[in-house]
Design a protein around this ligand. Structure first.
Ligand code: AMP
Length: 222
């Protein structure tokens, strides 16, 4: 059973690679960024509370994120397995995640580190666009839709939109936050003997193949 955390800087391809893994393994995709963005877009009181923090690329308070994760896990079918994307992001979240998963008897299989030079991801982030209908991720520099103005996946002719936090100031802040808050988790998971690293500097297909191989190898061990 695949129960995995995808760990890497913004723009390392966590969301894009997660989509492939979900298609192949049918696990639940748990992206705290997407859950939080939905709250902002729906204008819930939680969403209004966190919109500014997200726009500036800061971390939403741990208490909010941990509650979101607990509620999500309580309402989901854990027997399918899961993939955390963008969570945990600091040591408090990582320690609490161990507790939350132990209580439910679903420990992590491993943690996949998507390794890429953080300074090289700026173009990935500034060129990133999402289909407004199905959320498919494109990059206007490296991976545009095949037919301009039409989503390859859902065929929608809707707008491709740019995330509010994919602007230069916010990107810089998110990379700093990654270095100071999230990168220390590499050592945390290394010490827990859960860390597996793949080179995520190639194009989407190359990285997808490396991720595929790692997952097959790790699943074969269980
Ligand atoms: P992402 O979609 O993973 O790039 O996340 C977008 C933004 O959502 C981040 O820059 C944070 O503001 C917020 N966010 C997502 N996940 C977390 C988390 N685990 N802890 C705190 N804030 C988060």
């Amino acid at each position: 059973m695949l129960r995995v955390v995808f760990l890497g800087p913004p723009g390392s391809g966590k969301g894009s690679q997660a989509k492939y893994v979900i298609d192949e393994h049918g696990v639940d995709h748990i992206s705290t960024g997407e859950l939080l963005r939905s709250a902002v877009n729906e204008g819930t009181s939680l969403g209004n509370q966190i919109a500014d923090i997200m726009q500036q690329g800061g971390l939403v308070p741990d208490q909010i994120v941990l509650q979101l994760i607990s509620d999500y896990l309580d309402s989901s079918d854990l027997s399918k397995g899961f993939l955390f994307d963008g969570f945990p992001r600091n040591s408090i979240q990582a320690e609490q995640l161990q507790v939350i998963l132990a209580e439910r008897n679903v420990p992590l299989s491993f943690v996949l580190h998507l390794q890429v030079d953080p300074t090289a991801v700026v173009k990935r982030l500034s060129g990133r666009r999402n289909c407004s209908n199905c959320g498919r991720i494109y990059n206007i520099y490296f991976d545009p839709p095949q037919v301009e103005g039409q989503c390859d996946d859902c065929g929608s002719a809707g707008e491709l939109f740019q995330r509010a936090d994919d602007n230069e100031a916010s990107i810089r802040n998110r990379l700093d936050v990654y270095e100071s808050e999230t990168a220390p988790l590499l050592e945390f998971y290394e010490n827990a003997e859960l860390l597996v690293t793949v080179d995520a500097s190639g194009d989407l297909a190359e990285v997808a193949e490396s991720v595929r191989q790692v997952i097959l190898t790790e699943l074969a061990k269980t």
